[in-house]
Design a protein around this ligand. Structure first.
Ligand SMILES: Nc1nc2c(c(=O)[nH]1)N[C@H]1C(S)=C(S)[C@@H](COP(=O)(O)OP(=O)(O)OC[C@H]3O[C@@H](n4cnc5c(=O)[nH]c(N)nc54)[C@H](O)[C@@H]3O)O[C@H]1N2
Ligand SMILES: Nc1nc2c(c(=O)[nH]1)N[C@H]1C(S)=C(S)[C@@H](COP(=O)(O)OP(=O)(O)OC[C@H]3O[C@@H](n4cnc5c(=O)[nH]c(N)nc54)[C@H](O)[C@@H]3O)O[C@H]1N2
Ligand code: SF4
Ligand SMILES: [Mo]
Length: 821
C-alpha cells in the first residue's frame, strides 16, 4: 500500500505533529498546523505576517516571484511579488496555493526502503502500486545509494549509474546534481521533449532548441498580427507573456489561432484556423504559396539577410566562391548580380541587386536560386488545394498571410502542440522560411517564436576540475540502456525532481519493464508520486519554501531569490543536503560544501552585477543584458544569413529536406492502423497542474476533480457513449478508463486527456500506456500526440468509488486550508 493510501485527513495532520514532536522539530509550530481552527479561515490572511521572498519553480517556465506570508512559523498565504521590473509581475492560481502544497499529506516525511529490496536481492517485480516501504535513517538510505553506485561502477561501468534529472524544479540542487554526475562519470539524459520545432527552426536561423526564440515579452504589444500556432497560451502561459498578447490586441493587433481545438486561447482569436492534427507543415506550405502568389515578398530583406538569392546546383548543393573565383573558399555561397549577370559572393548583412528567381548558366553549370527552389516546393500547396485536407478554409489561410504581409511587424508565436508529432521539425523549418519571406525578423513587433528572452546570472561553479564528465544519451537511448541493450547498461538510478519513468514518459510500460533490469532505484521527491512507488530507496525532499535558493528564467529577465519560511518539515531535506552527503560517500567530499550558503556564494562568485546580500534584501534582480529585439546583425548560421535553402539538410524516410517537405506519421490517413484506431489522442497540458505537480491540492482539485476524456458529441454518439459515462480508450499498446466529457470544442476524430494525472487517478491504465516512442531520424523528439486510439463504453466491472465515495478519495482533503471547506 502506498504511503498516502487510506490515510484520513486528521490522521495525517496528527501524524505530522507527532513526527515533529518526536524529532524535536519545533513541535509548537506543527501543533498549530494540526489544531488551529483559524488555519482554514479568512483570518489567516490578516494580522502580523512576516513577508518573505519566494518564487515558485516548476517547469512551467514562469518562475514567478512570490511574497510568502508567514506567521507563527507557518505559511499563511502567498501573493505575487512585484519584481525589480514591475512589467513582469506574474503568478497563477497554482503558485498562490502553495500553502496547501507545503502541508500536503502526500509529502514524503522520512527516508524509506522498499521492504522487499536489499542490495544483492533487488526483487524488481516488487516495485509498483503495491510496493510497501519501511522507514529508515538518513545515513542508512544514503549508504545504500552510495554502496550500490560504487558496486555498479566496479562491476559494469561508471556510465551504468544513471543520474535522472527531471524538470520538476531547478536551483542549486540541480547545479550540485549535475556536478556530482560529472564527477562520478555517470549517464545523464539529453532532453528529447519540446525540441522538435526548435531544432527544425534552428536549421534556418541558427537558434532554437526548447521552442523558438522571439523578442522580449514587453515587445509583444508592438506586434500588429500574431498567429498563435499550436499553443494554448492562455492556459499554459496565461500568467506570463500571454497577457502581453492581450495588450497587443488592445492596441489593434489581429490575432489568429492555429489549433484543432476551440479553447481559452482560440476564444481570443479574430480568425481561427481549426487545423486537423499533424498537418501544420502542409498549412505552413500553403501560406508560403500564398506569399509568392500574392507577392508579399520583402525583397530588400531577402537580398540582404537570407540565402534566398543563393545559387543552387542541379545536385542540390550550393555554388561557393571557390567554384567561381580563383581566390574563393568552400564556405561562402554565391548569388547572381542582376545588373552584370556575374556571380558575386553572398556576404552576411550585405545588400546587392541579386537575382531572386530564375535558372542560369554559371561557369557551364545550370543553377537556380534558393527562392526558386522554395517556390517550386510550395507549388502543390495552394490554399484551395489544401483546404479540405488540413481542415482550414482557404480564404482564412489567405487572410492570415495578407495580415502578416501588409500590416507591418508581427509573426508567429509557437506553442509546443506541433512539437509532439514525429515530423514537427519540418514545420519549424517551414515557418522560419515563411517569416523570412515576409522579412519578419529583427524589428520591434516581430514575433518569431514562443520563447521570450529570459535572464539569469553568470556562474562558473559547474564541473569539478579534471572530472570525467557524464555520458549524455537521448531519452530513447536511456530506455535502451535501461533495457540492457547497450554496452554500458544502466544498473543503478537516482531520480531527482522527476516523475518520469512511471508517469511522464511515452510508452510508460516499456520504461517500467526496462526498470526491472535496474538493481537500485533511488527517488528524491517531495511527494509520494508514482515514481516513488517504483523506488527502492526513497529520499524525502523539502518544499521549495523551506530552502534558500536562487534561479533565473528562460522567459523573463529576472534573477529571483527565496528564503526559507521554516525548517524542512518532518525529516525531509533539501536536495543539496542529500547530494553533498552522497558525494562524500562516493569520495568527492572535497568538491562539495555541506554549508548551503557557501555553495550559493560559489554559484554566484563569478557574478559582478549583484551579490547574495543584494538578493536577500530585494528578492529579485532585473537582468537587462538580454536584447529586447533579437535577430539584429549576422545570424548564427554558417553563412551568417537565414538559410532558406539548407544544403546540409537531414533526410526523413529517404526524403532530403533542403526545402520543407511536409510529412506525417500516425495522423496520415495512410497509416496502417488508421481504420482500427481512428481517433487522434492528445494529452494537452492543464491549467490546473504543472505536469504531474499540484494535482493533490484541494483548492485545485475542486476545479479539476478527476481526469476526463474530451470527445466531440458526434464521435461519442457514434459509439453509444453518453456524456459523463466512463469509457475505455485503447490501442495496440494499452488502455485507459476515464470519464467522457462531451466537448464540441474538439474536432470530430480526436480526443484529449490532460497529461500529468497519476496512475492512481485513473480508474484503470494511464494515458502514457497509449503513447509510443517512435521518433524522427533527424530529431528523436518524443511525439506524444502522434498517437491513435479507439474509444468504447467502459466494461461493467470497473470500480469508480474514488470519485463517488469520499472515504475512498485521499486527494479530497488533508491540507491546511482545504479539505473540509
Ligand atoms: N498550467 C500549465 N502550464 C504549463 C505546463 C503545464 O503542465 N501546465 N507545462 C509547461 C511546459 S513544460 C510546456 S512544454 C508548455 C506546453 O504548453 P503548450 O505549448 O500550450 O502545449 P500543449 O498543451 O502541448 O498544446 C498546445 C496546443 O496545441 C494544440 N494542438 C494539438 N495538436 C496540434 C496540431 O497538430 N497542430 C496544431 N497547430 N495545434 C495542435 C492543442 O490543442 C493545444 O491547444 O506549457 C508549459 N506551461
Ligand atoms: N503524455 C504526455 N506526457 C508528457 C507530456 C505530454 O504532453 N503528454 N509533456 C511532457 C513534457 S513537455 C514535460 S516538460 C515532461 C515533464 O515531466 P517531469 O519532468 O517529470 O515534470 P513534473 O511532473 O513537473 O515534476 C517531476 C517531479 O519533481 C518533483 N519535485 C518538485 N520539486 C522538487 C524538488 O525540489 N526536489 C525533488 N527532489 N523533487 C522535486 C515533483 O514532486 C514531481 O514529482 O512531461 C512530459 N510528459
Ligand atoms: S505554477 Fe503558476 S505561479 Fe508557479 S511559476 Fe508557474 S505560472 Fe508561476
Ligand atoms: Mo515541456
Amino acid at each position: 500500500m502506498s504511503e498516502q493510501d487510506g490515510v484520513s485527513r486528521r490522521s495525517v495532520l496528527l501524524g505530522a505533529g507527532a513526527a515533529a514532536g518526536a524529532l524535536g522539530l519545533g513541535g509548537s509550530r506543527l501543533t498549530s498546523l494540526s489544531v488551529d481552527p483559524a488555519a482554514a479561515s479568512v483570518e489567516q490572511f490578516l494580522d502580523r505576517n512576516d513577508v518573505l521572498h519566494g518564487y515558485c519553480s516548476p517547469n512551467c517556465r514562469g518562475k514567478c516571484q512570490m511574497d510568502v506570508y508567514v506567521r507563527d512559523g507557518q505559511i499563511r498565504k502567498v501573493e505575487p511579488k512585484v519584481p525589480d521590473n514591475p512589467d513582469y509581475k506574474r503568478s497563477c492560481t497554482l503558485g498562490l496555493s502553495h500553502m496547501q502544497r507545503a502541508y500536503n499529506p502526500t509529502r514524503l516525511k522520512y527516508p524509506m526502503k522498499r521492504t522487499d529490496w536489499s542490495p544483492g536481492d533487488p526483487n524488481p517485480t516488487g516495485r509498483g502500486p503495491d510496493a510497501e516501504f519501511e522507514r529508515i535513517e538518513w545515513d542508512e538510505a544514503l549508504d545504500y545509494v552510495a554502496d550500490e553506485m560504487l558496486r555498479v561502477r566496479e562491476e559494469y561501468s561508471p556510465e551504468s549509474v544513471y543520474f535522472e534529472l527531471g524538470s520538476g524544479t531547478d536551483g542549486i540542487g540541480a547545479t550540485v546534481y549535475n556536478r556530482l554526475a560529472g564527477a562520478f562519470g555517470g549517464t545523464m539524459k539529453a532532453w528529447s521533449i519540446d525540441i522538435n520545432v526548435g531544432l527544425g527552426f534552428r536549421r534556418v536561423t541558427g537558434a532554437g532548441y526548447f521552442n523558438t526564440p522571439t523578442n522580449q515579452a514587453t515587445d509583444i504589444e508592438n506586434a500588429n498580427t500574431i498567429v498563435i500556432w499550436g499553443g494554448n497560451i492562455f492556459e499554459s502561459r496565461f500568467q506570463m507573456d500571454a497577457s502581453k498578447v492581450l495588450d497587443a490586441k488592445q492596441n489593434g493587433a489581429k490575432i489568429v489561432v492555429v489549433d484543432p481545438v476551440y479553447n481559452t486561447t482560440t476564444a481570443k482569436a479574430d480568425v481561427w484556423l481549426p487545423i486537423e492534427p499533424g498537418k501544420d507543415g502542409h498549412l505552413a506550405m500553403a501560406m508560403i504559396y500564398t506569399v509568392f502568389e500574392e507577392d508579399y515578398l520583402d525583397e530588400q530583406f531577402l537580398r540582404e539577410r537570407t540565402l534566398g538569392p543563393a545559387l543552387v546546383r542541379e545536385d542540390g548543393s550550393l555554388l561557393k566562391t571557390a567554384d567561381v573565383f580563383d581566390d574563393g573558399d568552400d564556405e561562402t555561397p554565391v548569388a547572381l548580380d542582376e545588373a552584370s549577370g556575374e556571380p558575386v559572393a553572398l556576404e552576411p548583412e550585405t545588400y546587392g541587386e541579386y537575382a531572386l528567381f530564375g535558372e542560369y548558366e554559371v561557369d557551364g553549370e545550370t543553377v537556380t536560386t534558393g527562392l526558386t527552389e522554395i517556390r517550386e516546393a510550395a507549388a502543390d500547396y495552394a490554399p484551395e488545394e489544401m483546404a479540405e485536407y488540413v481542415g482550414v478554409d482557404a480564404e482564412n489561410i489567405r487572410q492570415t498571410v495578407r495580415w502578416l504581409g501588409t500590416r507591418g511587424p508581427g509573426g508567429i508565436l509557437t506553442g509546443l502542440g506541433v512539437d509532439r508529432y514525429v515530423y514537427g521539425h519540418i514545420f519549424g523549418q517551414a515557418y522560419a522560411i515563411l517569416l523570412a519571406l515576409l522579412g519578419q525578423y529583427g524589428m520591434s513587433g516581430c514575433v518569431t517564436g514562443g520563447l521570450t528572452q529570459g535572464g539569469g546570472f553568470t556562474s562558473d561553479y559547474g564541473a569539478v576540475e579534471g572530472a570525467p564528465g557524464s555520458r549524455s544519451l537521448q531519452q530513447k537511448g536511456i530506455l535502451s540502456a535501461m533495457a540492457g541493450d547497450d554496452e554500458k547498461p544502466i544498473k543503478a538510478m537516482y531520480a531527482m525532481a522527476s516523475n518520469f519513468t512511471a508517469n511522464q514518459m511515452p510508452d510508460r510500460q516499456a520504461w517500467l519493464d526496462a526498470l526491472e533490469n535496474v538493481d537500485m532505484v533511488a527517488v528524491a521527491d517531495m511527494q509520494h508520486t508514482p515514481n516513488v512507488q517504483h523506488a527502492d530507496v526513497v529520499l524525502p525532499a523539502s518544499h521549495w519554501f523551506e530552502r534558500e535558493d536562487v534561479t533565473g528564467s528562460w522567459t523573463q529577465p529576472h534573477v529571483r531569490y527565496r528564503e526559507p519560511a521554516h525548517e524542512p518539515l518532518w525529516e525531509s531535506k533539501s536536495d543539496h543536503w542529500m547530494l553533498v552527503r552522497l558525494a562524500e560517500r562516493l569520495g568527492y567530499g572535497e568538491h562539495f560544501d555541506r554549508d548551503r550558503e557557501t555553495t550559493l556564494q560559489k554559484v554566484l562568485d563569478a557574478e559582478d552585477r549583484f551579490t547574495l546580500e543584494d538578493l536577500r534584501e530585494k528578492g529579485t534582480f532585473f537582468d537587462d543584458s538580454a536584447p529586447e529585439i533579437i535577430w539584429q546583425g549576422e545570424f548564427n548560421t554558417p553563412s551568417g544569413r537565414l538559410e532558406l535553402y539548407d544544403e546540409d539538410a537531414p533526410s526523413e524516410d529517404g526524403t532530403s529536406l533542403e526545402v520543407p517537405v511536409p510529412m506525417e506519421s500516425r495522423t496520415s490517413p495512410d497509416y496502417e492502423l488508421a481504420d482500427e484506431y481512428p481517433l487522434t489522442f492528445l494529452q494537452k497540458h492543464s491549467r490546473w497542474r504543472i505536469h504531474s505537480q499540484f494535482g493533490r491540492m484541494p483548492y485545485l482539485r475542486q476545479i479539476e476533480t478527476e481526469p476526463v476524456v474530451d470527445i466531440h458529441p458526434s464521435d461519442a454518439e457514434e459509439r453509444d457513449i453518453e456524456d459523463g459515462e466512463y469509457v475505455r480508450i485503447y490501442n495496440d499498446r494499452g488502455e485507459l478508463v476515464v470519464k467522457a466529457r462531451y466537448n464540441e470544442g474538439y474536432r470530430p476524430g480526436m480526443v484529449n486527456v490532460n497529461q500529468g494525472w497519476w496512475g492512481e487517478d485513473y480508474i484503470r491504465g494511464h494515458h502514457n500506456d497509449l503513447t509510443h516512442t517512435d521518433v524522427s531520424d533527424a530529431i528523436e523528439n518524443f511525439a506524444f500526440y502522434d498517437t491513435r486510439v479507439e474509444v468504447e463504453p467502459a466494461p461493467d466491472d470497473i470500480d469508480t468509488s474514488q470519485y463517488t465515495d469520499p472515504d475512498r478519495a485521499p486527494w479530497l482533503g488533508g491540507s491546511n486550508g482545504g479539505g473540509d471547506n
